[in-house]
Ligand binder design. Sequence first.
Ligand SMILES: Nc1ncnc2c1ncn2[C@@H]1O[C@H](COP(=O)(O)OP(=O)(O)OP(=O)(O)O)[C@@H](O)[C@H]1O
Length: 375
Amino acid sequence: MIRTRALTKDFVVSRTRTVHAVRGISLDVEPGELVAVLGPNGAGKTTSLRMLTTLIQPTSGTAEVAGWDVVDHPDRVRAAIGYVGQGGAGGASQHVRDELVTQGEIYGLDRRTAKARAAELLEALDLTEQADRKVESLSGGQKRRLDVAVGLIHAPSLLFLDEPSTGLDPHNRANLWEHILRMRTAAAEPMTIVLTTHYLDEADTFAERVIVVDHGQVIADDTADALKAELAGDLVTLRVSDEHGAALAAIAERAPGTRSVRVADGGVVAGVPAGALGVRAQGAHTERESTVEIRTADGPGATPGLLRAADAAGIGVRRVDVARPTLDDVFLGLTGRSLRETGVDGAGPDGPDGPDTTGDATTSTSAPTKKEVLA
Ligand SMILES: Nc1ncnc2c1ncn2[C@@H]1O[C@H](COP(=O)(O)OP(=O)(O)OP(=O)(O)O)[C@@H](O)[C@H]1O
């Protein structure tokens, strides 16, 4: 359904500055897949989508969408796809139903077909009650559902959604997703959906495949579960008194299945009970704690052995947490940076004028390679 080879986009912003927004992306998306493209601000997600939807031309490389080359046959591509951009589509003063019918006609449907299709989508996306209201009077969630309806009016087999649920509250996000999934399965042929999102949980829950993009390159591509298992691992966190942090870290390093270990300052704790394992002082008192964070293939399986080894070394573990990895852990494992820290929820350090630019004397930063994060 989508095939790109070395797809590249440079924006020449001045004589001395070029933004390397997309750097040679090669990927294939099969019919019926639901793919989420994830990455920090400025990673190149929207630019990639804009090339695939023929809104901008690649600098180099090739892209075929629905069997057509995006540069040679943009009209064919546009006829085959739906695109829901970040800005939204609806004309504010139009009535909801009219907006849909007009969009259908723009796509070449005759009026009768456009009306029938509009009615179908209004029903499927729970907008029938709002059909005769003006677009500007809709709530955020209703407006976004209308955007999706507009993207689907000509029954495309491939739908691109650029951050479909940004700005919606959790209830409306869940509601939008329910509708998108229902639309997808109701289609005669399984619809292919490619979306960008800032919501890690959304990609995790709904996407069958997650493509992680950073600095204009694909740095990971698999199911969310496979990415988490291969690239992150479970996180076991053990809290001990500050003096035992380093010794416990050394024990954890040697434990089977350990991928990486980090000792962090756990802060000051008050009222540590007298006699707690490994606490030498008598009576409740205040002291610093360490947290030892262990990435391991199997957290629940590794924890008993870690506790036994700590006990044998006279180290009292005060608290144990075992957490399954998130997609943020995957990104951290790949780049050493957290998606949240790199501005996934807003402008981050890799934003517009971040490291993706080439200046006078410098070359652009190379894409980060996979590295051990917590070593
Ligand atoms: N028209 C343009 N001219 C110059 N630079 C651009 C243009 N469009 C995008 N860029 C730059 O290209 C890089 C990639 O931007 P893009 O919008 O594709 O990122 P993104 O991953 O979609 O980010 P976000 O999550 O913030 O939407 C950024 O550095 C951006 O500033």
